[in-house]
Design a protein around this ligand. Structure first.
Ligand SMILES: Cc1ncc(COP(=O)(O)O)c(C=O)c1O
Ligand SMILES: Nc1ccccc1C(=O)C[C@H](N)C(=O)O
Length: 424
């Protein structure tokens, strides 16, 4: 018999080995934050490392590049070491640089080599729009028509992708594959090792957008043989709004010239020779372009420290316990209200957020916000809820679903217009 009392949720919190991490974060005073899949919250450690870098600037000026608490010249490399275990790469295969979309541009510019019959890029119909915009523009830059050279594999139900369909589309016309690790709407995890193996058996390179999986699930990119990956550090990793992104390039590709070159991709000892012939770094550092956004990197030092301390296995375990508990509560409390859980029920395929579909989703989100609960909305009908392992509790989950039940029982959502806000 499942227990649907608040006391049971509190009991689960008492047994939670990660409970103490909640105090490390600045949480809303009178509300519940469930949007860590879009923008993670500020932690005290991230605030401290940002303030330290500001103090270095204040006290050292230009010397902050080489002296100070976190010398800026090596900050991207220092952070790559903290990022590497989270995605299962060797430190030299990872770089903290650019942003998701910029890194995708860089990686496609470097690894898309249309030749003979192989001139197409394979992607999917559910991926984040920015990736598609980037892929289309990369094709156009090569004089290739995206309507012919970008193949997007469809989804049978608009929620999930089927690996067999993706593999069936890996034809001898495909030069490069770019897929999400975890889908941004449904939270489905794709079978990355299987896809990488299938791609390589067909002589195709494969890269992954790991925005919704980094900091949420463990990865083994090196072992899986993935060619490249890229991600943001502002969602599950709590690095701050617009913080610098990450990229992974498998060591077998070291020596590939960066498609978009810039002096920060140089070997560190050569960079200030100011030679007009670039000597690229001999590792993933080669894919950096210009001066790093230091103040935007700095919070990651504190933020990422926590992930390395706790380990991705423990984070994954709690995250799955939270989403499984949430599904149980939704099925019990919201049954008469017409919600559809558009996320995988199989835990092996479920990322770290749940997608709740409802025709009134836009205004249900507004009603939740009125109760100081922060979800997000994805048009036309999705409420995304992300109970985050490091700072959300089982009681948070309980309170969110009870509030949702009240909003539905009392039709509170009818007080709002069913249209999205500008930033939804
Ligand atoms: C899966 C995915 N890809 C790409 C992006 C775009 O990232 P950015 O705006 O940081 O380039 C996002 C989020 O914004 C995302 O969730
Ligand atoms: N970068 C942002 C800026 C403003 C508001 C949201 C975002 C997001 O990251 C949204 C996220 N990519 C999503 O999965 O929808």
């Amino acid at each position: 018999m499942k227990d649907f009392t608040r006391a049971y949720a509190q009991q689960l919190d008492k047994q939670d080995p990660l409970a103490s991490y909640r105090e490390e974060f600045y949480l809303p005073e009178d509300g519940i934050y469930m949007d860590g899949n879009s923008l993670g919250l500020l932690s005290k450690r991230a605030e401290r490392t940002l303030l330290e870098s500001l103090a270095d600037w204040k006290e050292l000026g230009i010397d902050g590049w080489m002296s100070g608490r976190h010398p800026w010249f090596n900050l991207s490399e220092e952070l790559a070491e903290l990022n590497a275990p989270l995605i299962g790469g060797k430190p030299e295969e990872v770089m903290v640089t650019g942003s998701t979309t910029v890194n995708l541009h860089q990686l496609v510019a470097s690894f898309f080599k249309p030749e003979g019959k192989r001139t197409k890029i394979l992607a999917d119909a559910l991926t984040f729009p920015s990736d598609i915009y980037a892929l289309k523009s990369q094709l156009e830059l090569r004089g290739l028509d995206p309507s012919e050279h970008l193949v997007q594999v469809d989804s049978p139900d608009g929620r999930f992708l089927v690996e067999d369909d993706l593999i069936a589309a890996m034809t001898d016309e495909i030069a490069l594959i770019v897929l999400p690790t975890v889908l941004y709407r449904s939270g489905q995890i794709l079978d990355m090792p299987r896809l990488a193996k299938a791609a390589h058996e067909r002589d195709i390179l494969i890269g992954f957008d790991a925005c919704h999986s980094v900091g949420a699930i463990p990865h083994d990119f090196h072992e899986w043989g993935v060619d490249f990956a890229y991600w943001c550090n502002y969602k599950h990793l709590n690095g701050g709004p617009g913080t610098v992104g990450g990229l992974f390039v498998h060591e077998r590709h070291f020596g590939t010239a960066p498609g978009l070159a810039g002096w920060f991709g140089s070997r560190k000892d050569k960079q200030f020779d100011m030679d007009h012939t670039m000597t690229p770094a001999e590792h993933a550092g080669a894919f950096q372009i210009g001066t790093p956004h230091v103040m935007s990197l700095a919070p990651q030092l504190g933020a990422l420290e926590m992930f390395n301390e706790v380990g991705m296995e423990a984070i994954r375990q709690k995250s799955l316990a939270l989403t499984t508990y949430m599904i149980d509560l939704i099925e019990d409390m919201l049954a008469p209200h017409g919600f559809f859980i558009g996320s995988p029920t199989d835990t092996r395929q479920r990322g770290a957020h749940l997608s709740l579909e409802h025709p009134e989703a836009a205004r249900i989100c507004k009603a939740l916000k009125k109760h100081h609960i922060i979800p997000d909305f994805r048009a036309p009908n999705i409420i995304r809820l992300a109970p985050v392992a490091l700072y959300n509790t089982f009681t948070d989950v309980y309170d969110v679903i009870v509030t949702l039940k009240k909003i539905m029982d009392d039709k509170e959502y009818e007080a709002f217009e069913n249209v999205r806000e500008v930033v939804a």
